[in-house]
Design a protein around this ligand. Structure first.
Ligand SMILES: N[C@@H](CCC(=O)N[C@@H](CS)C(=O)NCC(=O)O)C(=O)O
Length: 218
């Protein structure tokens, strides 16, 4: 019997990556809410696990050598869980290169750009005083659109993001891409991305991961 993994989590696209992976991999876990709106991410006990004061993070009581391991950065957590379970990472070295490539694309590209799109399109204009900055809104909306174009072209050739097999790269990208409307994007010209969003969203593991503490989302 595998010991439950401690998941440090709040229901955002970065948090969903890990709740989805844990559900899809059928790994038991205990959830610890990190309310990032209230500043829980600066709690010294959390910083000992995640020194960059960001969630998600995990502690696996059964780490690589049987001893506990703490991991922050969602991409590193996904790679670890895929190695631990020998799943969702393809079957060959070429598969793993493709998975890593698209995972890094999400971590260094889509996540930061879509995150800034959300910030400047939705949150900044509501600040007091309002920060309605057309240059920033255009820049991040357009860069996010460019990235979704790249994703759509990849998905025109393959069923899933890294190839014809589902992987942690799909888990990393789906949550962000599912929020395309709030990023002021359109799918009419991205039929392959639309197809993939639907296929992924219909999976019970994806739905369960996405639903974890969804009530806390405003
Ligand atoms: N690169 C990090 C990003 C994580 C991240 O930005 N998490 C946000 C929520 S989506 C957070 O914890 N924010 C807290 C803060 O800004 O203080 C990862 O992928 O794990």
């Amino acid at each position: 019997m595998t010991a439950p993994i401690d998941l440090y989590y709040w229901p955002t696209p970065n948090g969903w990556k890990i709740s989805i992976a844990l559900e899809e991999m059928a790994l038991p876990y205990d959830t610890h809410l990190v309310n990032i709106g209230k500043g829980d991410q600066f709690d010294p006990a959390f910083l000992a696990i995640s020194p960059n004061n960001r969630m998600p993070a995990i502690v696996d009581p059964e780490g690589p050598d049987g001893a506990p391991v703490a991991i922050f950065e969602s991409g590193a957590i996904l790679q670890y869980l895929a190695r631990k379970t020998d799943s969702f990472y393809g079957t060959t070295e070429r598969d793993r290169i493709a998975v890593d490539q698209w995972l890094m694309w999400q971590m260094g590209g889509l996540g930061p750009m879509a995150g800034q799109a959300h910030h400047f399109l939705k949150f900044a204009p509501k600040k007091d005083p309002p920060q309605d900055i057309p240059y920033a809104k255009d820049r991040y909306r357009e860069e996010t659109a460019r990235l979704y174009g790249v994703l759509d072209r990849q998905l025109a050739q393959h069923e899933y993001v890294a190839g014809d097999f589902i992987s942690i790269a799909d888990f990393a990208i789906w949550g962000w891409a599912s929020l395309w409307e709030g990023q002021q994007q359109q799918l009419a010209d991205k039929p392959n991305m639309a197809r993939w969003l639907e296929v992924m969203g219909a999976r019970p593991g994806v739905q369960a991961g996405r639903a974890l503490h969804a009530d806390k989302r405003k």
